[in-house]
Design a binder for this molecule. Sequence first.
Ligand SMILES: [Zn+2]
Length: 113
Amino acid sequence: MHEVSIIQSMLDIAFDQAESQGANQIHQLNLRVGAISGVVPEALQFAFNSCTEGTIASDAKLEIEWVKAVCYCPQCHAEFTPHDWVYVCPRCERLTHEIRQGRELQLVSLEVS
Ligand SMILES: [Zn+2]
């Protein structure tokens, strides 16, 4: 499962951060996830729950900020929000592969004590 490795690497960073701040508990992790990052929200939460078990983040909350997808059409220089997995420009109906945002997958901040 893709989500487990994502959570694992984010937790590695979170644990390092908590340790360097002398914290012994993580209360919340704030993530920014793109709509077309390929991540399934339920799977992410499930992975989070199982990966944090028995750790200093066992009671932590996973907060996800979703970033909508934005594509760019080089033909008519328009930015648009794609539907599903087909990135077709609504003006000229050309396919584009230029994605301006929506693939984010980052740990933005965390709350520790
Ligand atoms: Zn276009």
